[in-house]
Design a protein around this ligand. Structure first.
Ligand SMILES: Nc1ncnc2c1ncn2[C@@H]1O[C@H](COP(=O)(O)OP(=O)(O)OP(=O)(O)O)[C@@H](O)[C@H]1O
Ligand SMILES: [Mg+2]
Length: 235
């Protein structure tokens, strides 16, 4: 069974539909990616999953349960954590404070500290910089803060919206390595990206979204070898 299933999703803003009959499956324990150009509807798909832009048609099933009408905070409490586009860290708070925010649903401070130590094991750099103001960290370090904050919720599914956006090639590589590492530890990941080459290199299965429709899907190897996908995304 899939962890998350999107079935025939059509939705959008005001009078315009942005997504048309989109169906995807996110398999437990795997990295599933959504590739697409600017404006393809990638973030809208994430908004739909989080209940921010609810389906107009179709269904979103989480562990087999329809999320229709569910409030965003309930969906998050149910185990879906999202690392938003642009990272959205709090620049005037410290790294540790930013991370702690990711565990705001957990009231037991001992458990929060335990999770913090786990995140520091994955990102030793964040431990070194725990009391630095997050806004003064480098772009790549801020990306670590945002991923770390997502992990602090101990989700069952981590949804990541364009982690490579605005990062230098070295940081892109580092971040993708971290995502691969988190997945190897058992985390289910839905990765939304424009960077096809590196995304397919770490993904198991993927979908290509074009103007709000799924134009191709397949294993990462098959998509990487697909001529249409190559022409559109590998330059
Ligand atoms: N809040 C909104 N109100 C109205 N239209 C919106 C809103 N958010 C997005 N759109 C429109 O929906 C379409 C899809 O946008 P979306 O942000 O989902 O694309 P995306 O694939 O995430 O793009 P990018 O790679 O640039 O982040 C675009 O045409 C966009 O202008
Ligand atoms: Mg987007």
């Amino acid at each position: 069974m899939s962890a998350l299933t999107v079935k025939g999703l059509t939705t959008g803003y005001d009078k315009v539909n942005v997504l048309h009959d989109v169906s995807i499956d996110v398999a437990p324990g795997k990295i599933t990616c959504i590739l697409g150009a600017n404006g393809a509807g990638k973030s809208t798909l994430i908004r739909a999953i989080l209940g921010l832009t609810p389906p107009r048609q179709g269904q979103i099933l989480w562990n087999g349960r329809d999320l229709a009408g569910e409030k965003t905070h309930k969906i998050v409490a149910g185990g879906i954590s999202c690392i938003p586009e642009g990272r959205k860290i709090f620049p005037r708070m410290t790294v540790a404070e930013n991370l702690a925010l990711g565990a705001f649903l957990e009231k037991n401070s001992a458990l929060v500290r335990e999770r913090l130590e786990k995140v520091y094991t994955i990102f030793p750099r964040l431990k070194e910089r725990a009391i630095q103001l997050a806004g003064t960290m480098s772009g790549g370090e801020q990306a670590m803060v945002s991923i770390g904050r997502g992990l602090m919720a101990e989700p069952q599914l981590l949804v990541i919206d364009e982690p490579s956006l605005g990062l230098s090639p070295l940081y892109v590589k580092e971040n993708f390595n971290v995502i691969k590492q988190i997945n190897a530890m058992g985390m289910t990941v839905l990765l939304v990206e424009q960077n096809a080459r590196q995304t397919l290199a770490i993904s198991h299965y993927g979908y290509v979204l074009s103007q709000g429709r799924v134009m191709a899907e397949g294993t990462a190897q098959a998509l990487a070898a697909n001529d249409e996908v190559r022409a559109a995304y590998f330059g």
